[in-house]
Design a protein around this ligand. Structure first.
Ligand code: NAP
Length: 322
C-alpha cells in the first residue's frame, strides 16, 4: 500500500475548500475529493451578498472558483469523483471512489446537506432565478414583492416570517391542513399579517421557464382537485434538508435527523475524523459559517496529526497563520 495521505477532505463547498486551504498552508498536502456536485450548494445560488469581503456581492460559482484556486495555490490536490465507501475505523482510514482507493491518517468530512426539492423540472430550471432554498441568502432580492414559501415545518415558518421583512406578501403553501412546525413557530407565523395561507395545496409548476424568471405558480388543492394560479415573483422551497451522511451511517455518531454530531470544535465520535459545514450544522447553514468550521476542522486535524507518533515531526505548523 502506498503511504497514506495526511489528510483527505471529502466535499468541495466552502467548508471543504477552506479546510483544504488551511491544511495546505499547514504543509499537510491535503487531497480533496470533490464529490458529485462539485462546489456544493453555492453553485445553485446566483448573487451572494453576505460573504464578507465582497462589497458588491459575488456570484456563487466564481466565489467557489476563487476558493478552489486559493486552496490549490498552497498545495491541495483536488480530484474529481464520488466517494462510494469509507472505513473510518481502519488504520489508516480507507476512502474509496468508483475508480480509486485512498488512505489517510485524518479525514475531514465536508459533504454538506442537500435542500430537499419538490422535483419539478420548472423548479430546477428557475433555481437562482426566483426559486431559492435559502431565505437568508436571497430574501433581500424580493423587497416589495409577492412571494411564496413551500413547506409546513419550522424552516418554512421561520423563512416566511423572515421574508416578511422584505416582501409585501408571503403565501405559505403546504400540502396538508396540519402544520408540522412547532406551536411557537406556527403562532409567530399566524400572527404575521403579511402571511397568507394556502393549505392542502401542492405545487404543479412554477412559471415562467421560457422567460427565465418567476411570474406565478400553478397549485392544486388536493381535497377539491381545483387548480389555481398564484401570482408570485419568488418561490422559497423550505421542505427540509438532507445531510449527505449515508456513507458514514453506523460508523459515526449522528443526531436523529442524520447530521454528524461534533464536539470540541469539529471532532466526531471517531478520533482522527472531523466534520465541518452543513453536514454537521442544521442551524446556521451559511457559506461563511461553513468556511469558518472548515478552518476549525483543518486546525483540529493538524493538532491530531501532531499527536500521532510517527507523523511528520518536521512539518511546520502554519495553521492559523495569516
Ligand atoms: P421538516 O420538519 O422535515 O418539515 C418539512 C416540511 O416540508 C413538512 O411540512 C413536509 O410536509 C414538507 N414536505 C416535505 N417534502 C415535501 C414535498 N415533496 N412536497 C411538499 N411538501 C413537502 O423540515 P424543516 O422544517 O427544515 O425542519 C428540520 C428540523 O430543523 C426540524 O427538527 C425543525 O424543528 C428544525 N428547525 C428548527 C428551527 C428553529 O427552531 N428555529 C428552524 C428550522 C428548523 P408534511 O408535514 O406533510 O410531511
Amino acid at each position: 500500500m502506498p503511504s497514506p495521505h495526511n489528510v483527505i477532505i471529502i466535499g468541495s463547498g466552502p467548508a471543504g475548500l477552506t479546510a483544504a486551504l488551511y491544511a495546505a498552508r499547514g504543509n499537510l498536502r491535503p487531497l480533496l475529493i470533490e464529490g458529485l456536485e462539485a462546489g456544493g450548494q453555492l453553485t445553485l445560488t446566483t448573487l451572494v451578498e453576505n460573504y464578507p469581503g465582497f462589497r458588491d456581492g459575488i456570484m456563487g460559482p466564481p466565489l467557489i472558483q476563487e476558493m478552489r484556486a486559493q486552496a490549490e495555490r498552497f498545495g491541495t490536490t483536488i480530484v474529481p469523483g464520488n466517494v462510494t465507501s469509507v472505513d473510518v475505523c481502519a488504520s489508516p482510514i480507507a476512502v474509496r471512489t468508483s475508480d480509486a482507493e485512498y488512505h489517510c491518517k485524518a479525514l475531514i468530512i465536508a459533504t454538506g446537506a442537500s435542500a430537499r426539492l419538490l422535483g419539478l423540472p420548472s423548479e430546477r430550471g428557475l433555481m437562482g432565478r426566483g426559486v431559492s432554498t435559502c431565505a437568508t441568502c436571497d430574501g433581500y432580492f424580493f423587497r416589495g414583492q409577492e412571494i411564496a414559501v413551500v413547506g409546513g415545518g419550522d424552516s418554512a415558518m421561520e423563512e416566511a416570517v423572515f421574508l416578511t421583512k422584505f416582501a409585501d406578501k408571503v403565501t405559505l403553501v403546504h400540502r396538508r391542513d396540519v402544520l408540522r412546525a412547532s406551536k411557537i413557530m406556527q403562532d409567530k407565523a399566524r400572527a404575521n399579517p403579511k402571511i397568507a395561507w394556502l393549505l392542502n395545496s401542492e405545487v404543479d409548476e412554477i412559471r415562467d421557464t421560457g422567460r427565465g424568471e418567476v411570474t406565478s405558480m400553478l397549485v392544486h388543492n388536493n381535497k377539491t382537485g381545483v387548480q389555481s394560479e398564484l401570482p408570485v415573483t419568488g418561490v422559497f422551497v423550505a421542505i427540509g434538508h438532507t445531510p449527505n451522511t449515508s456513507l458514514f451511517r453506523g460508523q459515526l455518531e449522528m443526531d436523529a435527523n442524520g447530521y454528524i454530531v461534533t464536539h470540541d470544535g469539529s471532532k466526531t465520535s471517531v478520533p482522527g475524523v472531523f466534520a465541518c459545514g452543513d453536514v454537521q450544522d442544521h442551524v446556521y447553514r451559511q457559506a461563511v459559517t461553513a468556511a469558518g468550521s472548515g478552518c476549525m476542522a483543518a486546525i483540529d486535524a493538524e493538532r491530531h496529526l501532531d499527536n500521532v507518533p510517527e507523523h511528520l515531526a518536521s512539518v511546520p505548523s502554519h495553521l492559523g497563520a495569516r
